[in-house]
Design a protein around this ligand. Structure first.
Ligand SMILES: C[S@@+](CC[C@H](N)C(=O)[O-])C[C@H]1O[C@@H](n2cnc3c(N)ncnc32)[C@H](O)[C@@H]1O
Length: 220
């Protein structure tokens, strides 16, 4: 088992939990949320892993993840976030739509990927609007770094994709720089998708949106 990371990409926020989110957490948590200590076998027992697997890091309130899973019921979705109201909101949406192709983790995404995900098993990893950590002294908190890209290269299957969407030009350029030193990843066309909550907020502010996809063209 991997050690707990000392520098994390998030600060746990309490956030206000609505009565509906609280009810979803109390009644349906165990239907959707897995614990990383149960490993890959917990996913095998609850999903049909012969179908493609998309993993989304930091789904926020989960609306876009719910809608993707609803429109692609034959695809498996693994969502990871540490924001409890967001988990409550997404569990409520999943339960109302009776979706069975989604499982969630309420833990640090890097630790979940290290502990749970089998090598070469993922078709896509999505990171929509990661916390940008713009100050120089906080750059080390950014989720994307050399170690994270190495982890992606282990867990994505051949032609697997990593998608980053952000309105931070600095995060975008920093990511391009990191991937430019990797011969195993190449740029690919981004797919059409629904805008996330943070994306809508960024667009309303007039921010430019940077949407980039890297494809794993060869396994190391
Ligand atoms: C800026 S919000 C974006 C939410 C959503 N993707 C959107 O675009 O509306 C970033 C989210 O990532 C989550 N997050 C940040 N680092 C994380 C980590 N290491 N593991 C899991 N979730 C993380 C935060 O809790 C937060 O919900």
């Amino acid at each position: 088992m991997s050690e707990q990371r000392s520098i994390r990409s998030f600060v746990r926020r309490q956030g206000r939990i609505t009565p509906g989110q609280k009810r979803a957490i109390q009644e349906y948590w165990s239907d959707y949320v897995l614990d990383s200590s149960c490993g890959w076998s917990a996913l095998q027992e609850t999903l049909n892993l012969s179908s493609p697997i998309i993993l989304e890091i930091g789904f926020g309130m989960g609306v876009s993840l719910h809608n993707q899973a609803q429109s692609n019921r034959q695809t498996n979705f693994i969502g990871i976030d540490v924001y409890l109201p967001g988990l409550g909101n997404l569990i409520s949406l999943l339960q109302k739509s009776q979706l069975e192709n989604v499982r969630l983790y309420y833990e640090d995404a890097v630790e979940v990927i290290q502990r749970v995900i089998k090598d070469e098993s993922l078709d896509r990893v999505q990171l929509f609007f990661p916390d940008p950590w713009p100050k120089k002294k906080h750059l080390k908190r950014r989720l994307i770094n050399k170690t994270f890209i190495e982890l992606l290269s282990q867990k994505l299957g051949k032609n697997g994709e990593f998608v980053l969407v952000t309105d931070s030009q600095s995060y975008f350029n920093y990511t391009l720089d990191l991937f430019s030193s990797r011969s195993d990843f190449s740029r690919a066309d981004s797919r059409e998708r629904e805008a996330t909550k943070y994306e809508k907020r960024g667009l309303a502010l007039g921010n430019e949106i940077y949407d980039v996809t890297f494809k794993l063209s060869q396994q190391n």
